[in-house]
Design a protein around this ligand. Structure first.
Ligand code: ADX
Length: 177
């Protein structure tokens, strides 16, 4: 059985990792082989040589996509949680998955900037607005919102459990098709 790729995209602090880990826990308890590829984790391991220029972000996503497809070939449900700021990057990953007959779900965690700045879970927005971090997505580097994500989550308005339930419903519906 081929696995699938659940690819989270959204600004830093919009809930990608939180949702990915909660989803991982539920799917694992249900008996699915599942793996999370998280941007922050990748950047201290397989992508630790990369920064945040457009070129490096493209390379970052290419590496994660490559690993995701390898795992999916072995029946793993792979959850990728990275900003993935460019539409072309997301399209490329979707196309590569399709070429390998791997089902690909793009999940957009959308939150307004006011909420992100108020929460500022990692303290990065304060530093970015102060000019201490270059190329910070949403502040001094672009984020191109997806126009047609498979799943659209308003993480500033809905709870983690609500968002996770909506993802699970979509997965079940896809399995029933
Ligand atoms: S991506 O753009 O290449 O997809 P990725 O998800 O791997 O980004 O890494 C984003 C994480 O790196 C953020 O959640 C944040 O913790 C950290 N980070 C450090 N510097 C930046 C920056 N300039 N822009 C965005 N995120 C940054």
């Amino acid at each position: 059985m081929t696995g699938r790729i659940l690819w989270f995209t959204g600004l830093s602090g919009s809930g990608k990792t939180t949702l990915a880990l909660r989803l991982e826990q539920i799917l694992r308890e249900t008996g699915y082989p599942v793996e999370v590829l998280d941007g922050d984790q990748a950047r201290t391991t397989i992508c630790r040589d990369l920064g945040f220029s457009e070129k490096d972000r493209l390379e970052n996503i290419r590496r994660l996509g490559f690993v995701a497809r390898m795992l999916a070939h072995h029946g793993v449900t792979v959850i990728v949680a990275t900003i993935t700021p460019y539409g072309s990057q997301r399209q490329e990953q979707e196309d590569l998955a399709a070429a390998d007959e791997i089902e690909f779900f793009q999940i957009y965690t959308c939150s307004d900037m006011e909420t992100l700045v108020r929460r500022d879970t990692k303290g990065l927005y304060k530093r970015a607005y102060a000019g201490d971090i270059d190329n910070f997505t949403g502040v001094s580097a672009p984020y191109e919102p997806p126009e047609h994500p498979r799943i659209f989550l308003q993480t500033d308005k809905e709870s983690v459990e609500e968002s996770v339930s909506r993802i699970l419903v979509t997965l079940v519906e896809a399995d029933l098709r």
